[in-house]
Design a protein around this ligand. Structure first.
Ligand code: NAD
Ligand code: DAU
Length: 338
């Protein structure tokens, strides 16, 4: 069994590579990644030298390269994590989101059709469902919730999902889609809320909170997401969408305060900044289908996953200090005007 994992040098893809390369020593795992600002070979360094693992640098939108690669490697399975993933960046430069997230997905699926594939899995997001009102805590996203996107990022992910489902219906491509809530854990790029708060708090720097900090996200520890994807690829029904989430809703302010408390840092570090335009209010996943059909159960809650995550950042300062010392400083100044 040979699997190509795209975007495996990023946050979730990297955690997925660590999990599968160790869990399935008799299967062949190829990480394909173009190493954008979010891709980091240091994330994959612990896998170097493993017999069942290879890294290939390449762009999922480069059709000639992708078709050559598929002709040579003839993968059985493709799992597509590769994407532009940050909502704030999509507000500043939407086009690269269209290119990578939509055209990249179509290019990969065309190669899958050409060379035959047992399974194409699309790693998608709960953001394709839009948002829920804060006061309606009885409402959750199910797989039947209509796609109704807010940002260029979520629009590109929703468009890609529609192409994936169309390729199944029209061309019979054996696809599955997972739509997960917000992840957190090791190797998370410090542009996203949780690693941004941890890294800045450790440096006694201000913590930017958008608007009033009342928006709600449904947080899942990254390895629980990785295990869900593995289960869906192996046992999920072709043509189906599976929601992934563990019922861990928190307001952004709760998240920030929890981290500051754990690090023994003052709440005076919190700095309210201009809200994100089009900011989704609340995400909340109903994972019943994944639980009942495939028996998935998350190992972590928010309360058990956050201390493990904080400890990882304390133990791996070299990993994130390296990132925030480079062009990240320019990004931060442009984004937050500091
Ligand atoms: P990330 O930004 O950390 O990593 C993305 C990876 O894709 C990077 O390694 C990057 O180099 C690579 N990449 C980008 N463009 C590429 C291209 N053209 N060709 C090849 N590689 C390319 O993202 P992440 O947070 O790990 O998210 C992974 C996937 O999971 C994305 O599809 C995202 O939409 C989805 N997702 C993320 C979350 C979350 O909370 N982070 C939740 C649900 C779904
Ligand atoms: O729901 C899944 C999605 O979660 C994924 O599809 C995306 O790839 C991933 O980036 C994430 O999107 P969010 O926009 O929810 O994550 P982010 O970490 O950027 O922001 C989380 C919340 O925190 C959101 O309400 C915005 C807020 N926020 C974020 C940053 C970076 C702040 O208040 N201040 C900040 O500086």
């Amino acid at each position: 069994m040979k699997t190509i994992v795209t975007g495996g040098a990023g946050f979730i893809g990297g955690n997925f590579m660590h999990f599968v390369v160790n869990a399935y020593p008799d299967e062949e795992w190829i990480c394909l990644d173009s190493l954008t600002y979010a891709g980091n070979l240091e994330t994959l360094a612990p896998l170097e030298g493993k017999k069942n693992y290879r890294f290939i640098k390449g762009d999922i939108t480069d059709r000639a390269f992708i078709f050559d690669l598929f002709a040579k490697e003839k993968p059985d399975v493709v799992i597509n994590f590769a994407a532009e993933s940050h909502v704030d960046r999509s507000l500043k430069d939407p086009e690269i989101f269209l290119k990578t997230n939509v055209l990249g997905t179509v290019c990969l699926m065309d190669a899958c059709r050409e060379y035959g594939i047992k399974r194409y899995h699309q790693v998608s997001t709960d953001e394709v469902y839009g948002d829920l009102p804060l006061e309606r805590t009885d409402l959750f996203f199910t797989e039947d919730t209509p796609i109704k996107t807010s940002s260029p990022y979520s629009s590109s992910k929703g468009s890609a999902d529609l192409f994936v489902l169309a390729y199944h219906r029209t061309f019979g491509l054996p696809v599955t889609i997972s739509r997960c809530s917000n992840n957190y854990g090791p190797y998370h790029f410090p542009e996203k809320l949780i690693p941004l708060v941890i890294s800045r708090a450790l440096n006694n720097e201000s913590i930017p909170v958008y608007g009033k900090g009342e928006n709600v996200r449904d947080w899942l520890y990254v390895t629980d997401h990785c295990k869900a994807i593995d289960l869906i690829v192996r046992k999920g029904r072709v043509g189906e969408v599976y929601n992934v989430g563990g019922h861990n809703e928190r307001t952004n302010l709760e998240v920030v305060k929890t981290i500051l408390r754990a690090l023994d840092k003052p709440e005076s570090l919190i700095h309210y900044v201009t809200d994100r335009p089009g900011h989704d209010m609340r995400y909340a996943i109903d994972p019943t289908k994944l639980e009942t059909e495939l028996g998935w159960k998350p190992e972590y809650t928010f309360d058990t996953g956050i201390p493990v995550t904080i400890q990882w950042y304390l133990d791996h300062k070299d990993w994130w200090e390296h990132i925030i010392s480079g062009e990240y400083q320019d990004y931060y100044k442009k984004q937050y005007g500091e």
